[in-house]
Design a protein around this ligand. Sequence first.
Ligand code: SF4
Ligand code: SF4
Length: 462
Amino acid sequence: MANKSGGGYEYGKLYRSEDKVYPREVKGRFATLRHIAMFVLLGAFYLGPWLTWDNRQAILFDLPARKFYIFGMTLWPQDFIYLALLLIILAVSLFFFTALAGRLWCGFACPQTVWTEAFSWIEMAIEGDRSKRMKLDKAPWTFDKIRKKVLKQFLWIALALFTGYTFVGYFSTIRTLTSDLLSFQAGTWELFWVIFYGAATYGNAGFMREQVCKYMCPYARFQGAMFDRDSLIITYDSERGEPRGSRRRGSDAEAQGLGDCVDCTMCVQVCPTGIDIRKGLQYECIACAACIDACDAIMDKVGSPRGLIRYSTERALEHKSYRLIRPRTLVYTGILVTLLTVMVTTIAMRKPVIMDVIRDRNALYRDVGRLGIENGYTIRVINKHNEDHDYSLTVSGIEGIRIRDAVDFSLAGESVLTLPISVIAPHENAAGGNVIEFRLEATDGSGITVTEESRFRGPTGR
Ligand code: SF4
Ligand code: SF4
């Protein structure tokens, strides 16, 4: 259906299309901080897979081998509890820091903000600042416009693909991936994921930008529940700024009945989400502080004190004192300290060797004549250490019980051994349903000992 407008209503559309936002370049202390954060975070991301530790890639999530290498630590599927704990700690930390400092994460550290900043930086370098970009978009397709647009797209695509390639490098050894890509021998899946993550970066940071923060990010929606009246937010001091209005330089604003806001709209022009902070706190505000820098520069120019737009709290705006210790921060601190204690303790107590004992389910037991009663087991030993170890396996729990053939073996670092064994107990002691204990002990002086219980079945157990 064609669009028709009339009487203030727009027919034929389910939603109003968004106007493109052209943020103006801004300079100031927070812009500098944002740039530093961008360089540090992007630098860490792009360099991360190139770091080595113990002659191996320092950070590698090796999904086919089901092993995660994080510097000196190797996480096996049995250790995923630590990853789950880490994710919970990160989530609670986000709640905690939001209660304290508002959306500091969104404005300075969120990948969406950081890559959008990088893409915008390329765009501004090629197409110029806000007014030039607006003019260029409206201008007819001349050679200069095509040249600028093609160059921008080329650099955006290159950065997006490099991001996708680096991301895949955390899952597939980056040096091998690089040589495979350069020699056109990369696997189909590797190519697919490089292009997939490249396209995601391009779409999010090049096109959707503030739309991701406004409509796709769940954090923007539930942040209100994490805020309280003492949370740090970016606010416009309407008491000081209103009534707003332009005035002649050097004129007495007070005599004209005007506040400090000169209504220059700079705070709106620099906003990457295109909002007017003077209308109050809005969920679209990502707390990037660009409006603070813009307004401070204007205040410097007109000779008024800085801080008409500033970091503040609702209580501070009502001239009440700030409270750091409050029920919300106490609860989050308690949960964080508990989780961190659990995490550190469990990592400190983490066993370098895991032993699983699986009882043979095909036969309850076998009568092996004068030798006694025999049960079968499969022992699975996982050596999570990087070094090789020598082990000896013994069994106890029934008088005279023994492993049929002595079990001494060597196990290479980071490897798994599956060992079928037979355990024999004398007839007179082989009562059904006895609990027995397997003990695996390193014989190379490393002090590793693991025990695991199982059951031994005999005739009287039937
Ligand atoms: S930048 Fe400051 S002075 Fe200019 S419109 Fe915004 S609040 Fe008012
Ligand atoms: S209102 Fe200010 S802090 Fe919020 S997104 Fe816009 S420029 Fe950034």
